[in-house]
Design a protein around this ligand. Structure first.
Ligand SMILES: [Zn+2]
Length: 266
């Protein structure tokens, strides 16, 4: 991994940033109304106008167990999807934890900043023996009947607004929202639905921000007050070898409001 430290000592919870690979998104979709001339030198698009983005799951070890913030894009995708998004180096659950001394069964919580597939599809995996395993169709990963939690003991923490939005994705968001992840964890009775700010574990504080998505949440690791929200604001992105400047926004006014909210709460 280039440019990203493997572990940050916060004096309480231990934070490990994992190299979760990379993928590409359409530059116009990512940067929205900003003209290409402003961003193409920062993040040069390929011949298909796609820009490179890092995937960086965060593993946090606390006195109450292992917590993963946004496990990433996952490895269940078929060749067509891998080619469409140029997914490279995505890691299966056990590899996300390699080097930490923990296994997937040690994970007690998955905290979803939001339900976009590049952040949270890695919370599920294709069930052994399912129809999807035969590789009949790329779309089968989207079917919750083919999926199971990738971390057998973990609960999924997300905001009610995010869950409600995932239940009714619209034309703008349906290709990004991993509704199937929420469905799998709900089916297993392992969804923890939050109603605003929360502190589910010592040293881990969740702040409901909205903005990027209706139920987006930022995660604060206390002691040194470092933020782990890849979408709202993060010192981590300054460490990334891949530039993260991005403007994939579902509600621009809400995002501006959430940024002010986060800065006031520091
Ligand atoms: Zn997103």
């Amino acid at each position: 991994m280039t440019g990203i430290p493997s572990m940050i000592d916060l004096g309480g919870p231990q934070l490990t940033i994992v190299d979760g690979g990379s993928f590409r998104l359409d530059g116009a979709a990512l940067y929205g109304v900003f003209p290409r001339i402003f961003w193409e030198k920062l993040n040069r698009p390929d011949d298909d106008n796609r820009v490179l983005l890092a995937l960086a799951p965060a593993v946090v070890t606390t006195a109450e167990g292992v917590v993963i913030i946004d496990p990433g894009i996952g490895t269940g995708w078929g060749a067509r999807t891998i080619d469409r998004y140029d997914i490279r180096g995505a890691r299966p659950p056990a590899e996300i934890l390699s080097g930490t001394g923990f296994s997937p069964s040690d994970v007690v919580a998955i905290i979803a900043t939001h339900l976009h597939f590049d952040h949270i599809a890695g919370a599920v995996q294709i069930t052994a023996g399912s129809e999807a395993e035969s590789g009949l169709s790329d779309n089968l990963i989207d079917d919750p009947d083919n999926l199971e939690p990738a971390f057998p003991q973990a609960k999924l923490y997300l905001q009610r607004a995010e869950l409600e939005a995932a239940r009714q994705p619209d034309l703008r968001t349906s290709s990004y929202v991993a509704s199937y992840v929420a469905q799998v964890y709900e089916r297993e009775g392992r969804c923890v639905v939050l109603e605003g700010d929360s502190q589910p574990f010592p040293g881990i504080r969740i702040v409901a921000t909205g903005g990027h998505t209706p139920g987006h949440q930022a995660i604060w690791l206390e002691q040194r007050r470092s933020s782990c929200s890849p979408e709202t604001w993060s010192p981590l992105r300054r460490m990334s070898a891949v530039r993260w400047r991005r403007e994939l926004i579902m509600n621009r006014l809400s995002r501006a409001s959430s940024r002010r909210h986060c800065w006031r709460r520091r």
